[in-house]
Design a protein around this ligand. Structure first.
Ligand code: PEP
Length: 248
């Protein structure tokens, strides 16, 4: 939709090595990428600087997680300040794998978002319902609860992109239909009008994530409230170029 720049994120998760990352970076460097699409790659922390050095400058680099304070005795964690220091400008927070496997709460994720934004990072703030929650008719309540936690901590939404990722669609090959995704995105815009502001509802970019491929990206990208994608598996493959160019 006019005014919201299409934004496609690649979430490599815990995949890749130096060889495969160099290959993906070459594919992206050699490709013609839609200049109207903002592209961000979430690389494993240990390869972020390596990926930053190999990827085109036009592509942003994101951490896949960061803790809620700048430094200290938090063994195994990384901070937004560290991400900034090595040239990353984004962080993905609240991914369903962080929520389900690492038991991150809505509150912790929101605190992480607050701190990352204060440190000058841009945030991809993930939300989404499980299959059980959808089948119980609770999708809107779940995403509203997750948004509410973010909204308690986020004052300025300029550097935030929300990624709506139904958990049942992540890594399963079961993409939400364009209508299913649009329905939730439209609900999120309404929620933003009622709980944040009309201006934020109009300007905040909302990505869809969950088994996006080159084959389904074009239809999803036509929906008025879908402003991009967060892509897992397909972001490791050459078809990621077609997903970036889905609006062309
Ligand atoms: C993700 O990891 O955010 C994701 C959407 O994964 P996939 O595209 O593989 O479903």
């Amino acid at each position: 939709m006019a005014g919201r720049k299409f934004c496609v994120g690649g979430n490599w998760k815990m995949n890749g090595d130096q060889k495969s990352i160099a290959e993906i970076a070459k594919t992206l460097s050699d490709a013609t990428l839609d200049p109207n699409t903002e592209v961000v790659i979430g690389a494993p922390a240990i390869y972020l600087m390596y990926a930053r050095n190999l990827l085109p400058c036009s592509i942003g680099v994101a951490g896949q997680n960061a803790y809620k304070v700048a430094k200290g005795a938090f063994t195994g964690e990384i901070s937004p300040a560290m991400l900034k220091d090595i040239g990353a400008d984004w962080v993905i927070l609240g991914h369903s794998e962080r929520r389900a496997i690492f038991k991150e709460s809505d509150e912790l994720i929101a605190e992480k978002a607050e701190h990352a934004l204060a440190e000058g990072l841009k945030v991809i703030a993930c939300i989404g319902e499980t299959l059980e929650e959808r089948e119980a008719g609770n999708t809107n309540d779940v995403v509203a609860r997750q948004m509410c936690a973010y909204a308690k901590k986020i004052r300025d939404w300029t550097n935030v992109v929300v990624a709506y990722e139904p958990v049942w669609a992540i890594g399963t090959g079961k993409t939400a239909t364009p209508d299913q995704a649009q329905e939730v995105h439209a609900y999120l815009r309404k929620w933003l009008v009622e709980n944040v502001s009309q201006a934020v509802s109009d300007s905040l970019r909302i990505q869809y994530g969950g088994s996006v491929t080159a084959a389904n990206a074009k239809e999803l990208a036509k929906k008025p409230d879908i402003d991009g994608f967060l892509v897992g598996g397909a972001s490791l493959k050459p078809e990621f170029v077609d997903i970036i160019n889905a609006r062309q």
